[in-house]
Ligand binder design. Structure first.
Ligand code: ADP
Ligand code: MG
Length: 623
């Protein structure tokens, strides 16, 4: 048996078997060449999934006539300048992509370098090289590959459907585009445009996020944490999605080493480890990570397709990736992906809230007299103040209460003195159904802690409801408790409004508002309903005058109690936008517990929402 050297074409075809597995791998090699040539624009067109045509145009450095001839020679490359295989800075270096592809297809290359007046063209068919001839063409390079694998029919048989091949091309192109946001990319599949990515402007990180968003979707952009870390001369940057944004496969994980898209088990393993505490085993985060290191620290020459890498110090790389991701996830704190908060709100919404009745489940008990709590010692605002003199002192106390914890002097809902019980309760024991107030948020929401959950109260809605229920109850019994003002407040109105109010003075007094005439166009307010707390009296009087005008004479104020109470509550101290101290907040909660139907406001909206710890745990996938 004689040993002989294989002809060049056969050698190239054997190489092609490794380098060019399918159309997508040809696209990858050709686009990598464009990027290595410094292109800012890469346009790709394919037909039949790349089987009948792959055409790639770029505006890179181009090739002259001599370079063209060399380019399609095996192991000819303009890269690897110092012939150091351990110092590879370009995507290509093996010098075998062009000859390999050319050996199994019909290829034409048209290229024009800067400074030359015309382009040069070269045709290669199944590996047999034609002659370089002058041609017309723009600066840059255009490579057309027709009938890929026509010369190796066995390989043709392994190609998959046009659709599958096309999507493989799309993926290859997207991956390369992620690493090069400054380059514009398009892909046309013969029927329609599949990719159009404009060149991103600005700083690398912004540009990169813009490009990632364009490829991975807006959702990723909104929920991505920036990654930035260094270790042992390696740097990791990129963006990692919040764990709450996850997928059933790892298809949305993109890893790059020195600008080269890689599929690397070690890196994937590091990602998995970093997210292990946050994600179920079968869920995968979305991310794009870019690892940059001294070319000497990583071997990219593991396989002709160059998708695998070998690190000199795999432990250090793993540490870098795990550490950077864990750090970013810790920084994110309580942030949950925007997609989750919508779902969460859906599950928070009170059950049975659709049919108008926003009755909340309240530890299994309905809102009724049944849940009325025993009178608590710290709700003196509601202590009946029936005689003006007594009322005076109470009112004086309330209005001159010492500065509360939040340093706000105008709290009107609070007891003047702090009870020890309250302090004890706030400190720990939480045996009230609505819990112990822990915070006020946005001057609108009271957040309380219960034994097995949290309660969020809309203070304005709750207060409005309380005023209404209390008044209703008080009217049926001994009259609405009032508090006297130290100095009567004079409200200026126009004559008609003043007269209208005074004509209802008796009714108003029953509702806790005592006023009398004070010359033309003015009323003097002497007492106010104590359950309103400190009041904006001027505003209340003016609004009541309007309300009464609107109601007309046909109704008594009692018949329109809801409206009147609503108007009154709007000027009370607990309306939204008022800061409350802990005592005031707890007083509000206790009042709610003691008041039937306080679970919804007069407009049927809930006054509070309770989240059981079990619900919360479910929200966070702890159950
Ligand atoms: P490699 O990329 O490993 O060098 P290739 O066979 O892919 O090998 O390309 C051979 C050479 O042809 C490259 O080194 C480069 O000089 C040249 N070349 C290929 N494509 C282009 C292009 N689009 N623009 C400019 N030069 C190119
Ligand atoms: Mg190449």
């Amino acid at each position: 048996m004689a040993i002989r050297r294989l002809p060049e074409t056969i050698v190239n075809r054997i190489a092609a078997g490794e380098v060019v597995e399918r159309p997508a791998s040809a696209v990858k090699e050709l686009v990598e060449n464009s990027l290595d040539a410094g292109a800012r624009r890469v346009d790709v067109a394919i037909r039949e999934g790349g089987r009948s045509l792959i055409a790639i145009s770029d505006d890179g450095c181009g090739m002259g006539a001599d370079e063209l001839m060399l380019a399609i020679e095996r192991h000819a490359t303009s890269k690897l300048p110092d012939e150091d295989l351990f110092n590879i800075a370009t995507l290509g270096f093996r010098g075998e992509a062009l000859p390999s592809i050319a050996s199994v297809s019909r290829m034409t290359i048209t290229s024009r370098p800067a400074g030359e007046e015309n382009a040069w063209a070269l045709a290669i068919e199944g590996g047999s090289v034609g002659a370089v001839a002058p041609a017309s063409g723009p600066l840059g390079t255009r490579i057309e590959v027709r009938d890929l694998f026509y010369a190796t029919p066995a390989r043709l048989k392994f190609l998959r459907s046009e659709r599958a091949e096309t999507s493989a091309v799309i993926e290859v192109l997207n991956r390369l585009a992620m690493a090069h946001p400054e380059v514009s990319f398009t892909l046309h599949d013969g029927n329609r445009e599949r990719i159009r990515l404009r060149a991103e402007q600005g700083e690398l990180l912004d540009a990169r996020l813009g490009r990632l968003g364009a490829i991975m979707g807006r959702e990723f952009m909104d929920n991505a944490l920036p990654i930035s870390a260094e270790r042992d001369g390696a740097a990791l940057t990129g963006f990692a999605g919040l764990p709450t944004l996850n997928r059933g496969t790892a298809a949305m994980q993109f890893l790059f080493v020195n600008g080269r898209p890689v599929k690397d088990k070690q890196l994937t393993g590091a990602v998995r480890a970093a997210y292990a505490d946050f994600l179920a085993r079968d869920r995968h985060p979305l991310l794009a990570l870019f690892l940059e290191m001294e070319p000497r620290m990583v071997d990219v020459n593991v396989h002709p397709a160059k998708a695998e890498v070998r690190f000199r110090d795999p432990g250090s790389v793993r540490g870098l990736v795990v550490g950077a991701l864990k750090h970013a996830l810790a920084e994110a704190g309580h942030r949950a992906s925007t997609t989750v908060s919508a779902a969460a709100l859906g599950s928070i919404r009170p059950q049975g809230g659709q049919s108008g009745g926003h009755q909340l489940s309240f530890a299994g008990r309905p809102h009724s007299g049944a849940m009325r709590m025993p009178q608590t010692p710290y709700s003196p605002v509601y202590a009946p103040v029936s005689t003006p003199s007594q009322g005076m002192s109470e009112a004086a106390n309330a209005f001159h209460a010492p500065l509360n914890e939040v340093g706000h002097p105008d709290a009107g809902f609070a007891p003047a003195a702090r009870s020890d019980d309250l302090a004890a309760e706030v400190a720990g024991t939480i045996d009230h159904p609505l819990g112990a107030a822990r915070a006020q948020l946005h001057e609108t929401y009271v957040v309380a802690q219960t034994n097995d959950g949290i309660v969020i109260v809309d203070q304005h809605a709750a207060h409005e409801r309380l005023v209404y229920e209390k008044m209703k109850q008080a009217l049926g019994e001994r009259g609405v408790p009032r508090q006297g003002l130290l100095i009567p407040e004079i409200a200026e109105l126009d004559d008609e409004d003043a007269a209208r109010l005074l004509s209802r003075a008796e009714e108003l007094a029953e509702l806790g508002l005592v006023l009398e005439g004070f010359g033309p166009g003015a009323v003097a307010v002497r007492e106010t309903p104590s359950l309103l707390g400190e009041l904006d009296i001027q505003g209340l009087v003016r609004d009541l005058a309007d309300e009464i005008a609107e109601l007309g004479d046909a109704f008594t104020l009692k018949e329109k109690l809801e409206e009147v109470c609503g108007t009154m509550a709007c000027h009370g101290s607990v309306r939204s936008g008022r800061r409350l101290n802990t005592d005031e907040m707890n007083a509000l909660l206790r009042q709610m517990e003691a008041t039937p139907h306080s679970g919804q406001c007069n407009h049927g909206r809930p006054t509070y929402v309770e989240l059981k710890l079990s619900d919360i745990e479910r929200l966070f996938g702890r159950r």
